[in-house]
Design a protein around this ligand. Structure first.
Ligand code: FE
Ligand code: FE
Ligand code: ZN
Length: 303
């Protein structure tokens, strides 16, 4: 089982990420190279990268399973502000060079939001941008994330994802990241995951699945809301998520939790704590804890 979660890059960069992942009992992780909502990036420090690689080896994290997430302000779908579109392209190029220096081979990307133009045009712009970013000697693979369909997002249906993959010049440099909350919110039924995989395989090919974001959803199927929920606490439910995690056809694919932090209010101050240690434990034990949120609160209250 290759299971991890979203961790923060922080002061220690990749090393800090790996340490945080290990503290939760994870054997992989996903990170942003800075704040997800902006493009300010610190220069990479060679010594930290080396220490991170050493630490990962010692703790049996295979770096091939570690994924980076492109910041969500990158929008390749809309050209109405041409400068901004070019900036997104340039930033993503730089981000992929950063990944290469960090030894990371996969970057997850939200395909983009059409904003005021038709999804068909949005997808056309995305393909155009990707062909400017990726060439035959690119070393980092871009994983297109399946989206919930909030606003004018592109890449919501498998047909749209296929359309992008069919349009790029170097398809081998691309894969897909299945986000279970997004798929559910987009209207796909994951209860029978075999059935979903069959559909995916017929259209795109199972080997394209290179990452799974394992999240529950706060909303019902096809609501296009994109609000993640803690594992087993939402409309997907524990058994469905467990069946995806353990599905033999995608056994070697890293599964990443992006579930919400749990809040505790004391002295009128609200603090939030990561749920991952507990969710990973439940998934490994294959047993849902009905009092998950309370367990997390108790743990951090006493810590
Ligand atoms: Fe994402
Ligand atoms: Fe996601
Ligand atoms: Zn989401």
């Amino acid at each position: 089982m290759i299971l991890g979660c979203h961790v923060s890059y922080g002061k220690e960069g990749l090393l800090g990420c790996a340490k945080e992942a290990i503290s939760y009992g994870a054997n992989t992780f996903m990170f942003y190279t800075g704040a997800p909502q902006n493009t300010l990036r610190k220069p990479l420090e060679e010594s930290i990268i080396q220490n991170a690689h050493k630490y990962m080896k010692e703790n049996k994290i295979d770096i091939q399973n570690v994924v980076c997430h492109a910041p969500y302000i990158v929008n390749l779908a809309n050209q109405s502000n041409y400068e901004k579109w070019l900036f997104s392209i340039e930033f993503l190029k730089q981000e992929m060079i950063r990944c290469e220096k960090l030894g990371i081979t996969k970057i997850v990307l939200h395909p983009g939001s059409a904003v005021g133009i038709s999804p068909e045009f949005g997808i056309k712009h995305i393909i155009e941008a990707l062909n400017l970013i990726v060439s035959s000697d690119t070393n980092c693979q871009i994983l297109l994330e399946t989206m919930a369909g909030k606003g004018t997002e592109c890449g919501v249906t498998l047909d749209e994802i296929k359309c992008i993959l069919d349009g790029v010049n170097c398809p081998s440099k691309f894969g897909v990241c299945l986000d279970t909350c997004h798929l559910h919110d987009a209207g796909y039924i994951l209860k029978d995951f075999d059935c979903f995989l069959k559909k995916f395989d017929d259209l795109i090919g199972i080997s394209k699945i290179q990452c799974v974001h394992l999240n529950d959803s706060k909303n019902e199927c096809a609501t296009h809301k994109d609000r993640h929920e803690n594992i087993g606490c939402g409309h997907l439910g524990f058994d469905t998520l467990l069946s995806i995690l353990n599905h033999p056809a995608i056994k070697k694919v890293p599964k990443i939790l992006e579930t919400p932090y749990v809040s505790i209010t004391d002295d009128e101050k609200k603090r939030v704590y990561p749920p991952y240690r507990f969710e990973i434990m439940m998934l490994k034990e294959k047993q849902f804890h009905k009092n998950l949120l309370q367990e997390i609160r108790d743990f951090y209250k006493n810590a």
